[in-house]
Design a protein around this ligand. Structure first.
Ligand SMILES: [Zn+2]
Length: 493
């Protein structure tokens, strides 16, 4: 049901096949309130929606909607002929504590109204809940998923099952839940993360995404439930999420909030609209603010922004530059940058799933030391032949040390942050031909880690390091205690 076309980092462009057609991922599904359509569904399609998500529980509980949905089906009820996903009332459960419907009944109802992607009744355990409660509720969710999976198994042209991964803020329980759900379901939503998003708890979000990813099979799609803010989308895609739903476009519009990939603006204090969508290019901030249709127009802009970001993410995946986009986006908020470092520290899964770079990476910032190609490069150091004496330099020593002749050395290496030493003949190849902004301490430390490795791995070789001034202090720290190395500064010899 899910075919992966192109991969970059842990992100991918894929195609999800549903009874009402295909959805290309990464995809954003706008959330529709069946009681109040803020934007016509045709408009959403025009802006970029390939699929929608609506709440089956609200329809189930509203007699006139329920009757019509059973009568004509969910697609005609919404006037939308492409894939429709339905939620089971998990949100209502998180707000009101209980919902008056059994799992079997709400699953059966979603089947009856012809939903393309069905969500069973899952228990959205909030962040930071007690462990015991989390484990108990997780088991209920797994049981309900199992029941729904059996109900769908025999159906012809069956709808897809979304099997929610719960586990609150316990990374190990998220992973355990994901493992238990393997083989039961077609897409795997990561549930109950909205409170984390609302409070900018991106570190916990990063842990949850990566541990859910570790628990699921790498060829199944992950859905990040409730994450529709454009600022977070590239990050979530780069670490393995394929599907998103957005109620944010409408909720934010109601509160006069203007979405951008760099964060949220308050429309009431804006003077310029920094966007080229049809709304922003035909209104001033004042006109938008004072319009009778303010909420609808703002929702339309918000949706444009989110879909434009999805297209940019797809193009970045195609180009092989997704992680560079994430690095830019994470500069929008310090907590996002922290979360990026946390996410990049999950080296096992990143090295396992991320493909080799197709494009020359552009590194900036301390997180570049954590990139997988740096680790891959350093792993290759053990195969390097160094001979009896070896010189490693950051810039060619001919001008600063004319008495040093490279010919006197058995092996010559260039040192570059964050990779470490490499033979000059590789200088123009990936990944060391990368442009790196110099001055990052972490990147230099990482490079020197490679040097230390090479020195320790060859204890009988004598090493000469010729370093530029900004490397000297760090080099002294890192090389302390090694006696087969001599360090030369660029000027004083
Ligand atoms: Zn706009």
């Amino acid at each position: 049901m899910f075919e992966i076309k192109i991969k970059d980092f842990l992100g991918r462009i894929g195609v999800l096949d549903t009874p009402h057609g295909k959805i290309e991922t990464p995809a954003l599904l706008p959330v529709i309130n069946p009681n109040r359509l803020l934007l016509p569904v045709d408009k959403m399609k025009e802006i970029g929606a390939e699929a929608l998500i609506t709440n089956a529980y609200i329809i189930y509980r509203t007699p006139h909607l329920r009757e019509r949905a059973v009568d004509v089906g969910i697609h005609r009820l919404l006037g939308f002929d492409a894939p429709v996903m339905t939620d089971s009332g998990s949100y209502q459960l998180s707000v009101y504590g209980d919902i008056e419907v059994e799992n079997e009944d709400i699953v059966q109802f979603q089947i009856e109204i012809g939903s393309d992607i069905i969500v069973p009744k899952d228990i959205p355990t909030p962040p930071f809940s007690p462990r015991e409660r989390t484990e108990k509720e997780l088991m209920t969710t797994v049981r309900n998923v199992g029941e729904a999976w059996e109900m769908l198994a025999e159906l012809p042209n069956r709808p897809l099952l979304a099997s929610p991964i719960q586990g609150s803020t316990y990374p190990d329980l998220r992973e355990k839940c994901a493992r238990m759900l393997r083989g039961m379901g077609d897409i795997f939503p990561i549930g109950a993360v909205v409170p984390l998003l609302e409070n900018y708890r991106f570190k916990q979000l990063a842990e949850i995404i990566l541990h859910s990813k570790m628990g699921t099979s790498s060829c199944t799609p992950l859905h990040l439930f409730g994450a529709g803010h454009p600022m977070i989308l590239s990050f979530a895609v780069a670490f393995g999420c394929d599907l998103f739903d957005s109620a944010a476009y409408a909720l934010f519009a109601k509160e006069n909030r203007y979405l951008s990939p760099h964060g949220t603006y308050d429309l009431s204090s804006m003077e310029y609209l920094p966007c080229a969508c049809p709304i922003c290019s035909t209104h001033t901030a004042k006109e938008l603010r004072e319009s009778d249709e303010r909420e609808r127009l703002l929702a339309e802009h918000n949706l444009h922004t989110a879909f434009s970001e999805i297209r940019l993410i797809k193009e970045s995946i195609r180009e092989g530059t997704l992680i560079e986009l994430v690095q830019q986006r994470c500069r929008a908020h310090p907590r996002l940058l922290d979360a990026l470092k946390i996410a990049l520290s999950h080296t096992d899964i990143i090295d396992e799933l991320s493909p080799q770079r197709r494009s020359s990476p552009f590194y900036s910032g301390p997180e570049s030391a954590l990139m997988p190609e740096v680790r891959r490069h350093q792993k290759r150091l053990e195969r390097l032949e160094v001979g009896k004496n070896c010189i490693i330099f950051t810039t060619h020593p001919s001008s600063t040390h004319p008495d040093l002749s490279l010919k006197d050395f058995d092996s010559v290496f260039i040192l570059k942050a964050p990779f470490g030493p490499f033979p000059p003949e590789l200088a123009e190849t990936l990944p060391v031909n990368t442009v790196h902004v110099s001055g990052d301490l972490e990147a230099k430390h990482k490079a020197l880690e490679g040097v230390v490795y090479l020195i320790k791995n060859n204890p009988t070789t004598s090493f000469t390091l010729v370093l530029e001034r900004e490397w000297l202090d760090i080099a002294k720290q890192r090389l302390n205690g090694l006696d087969n190395v001599e360090v030369w500064g660029e000027e004083n010899g």
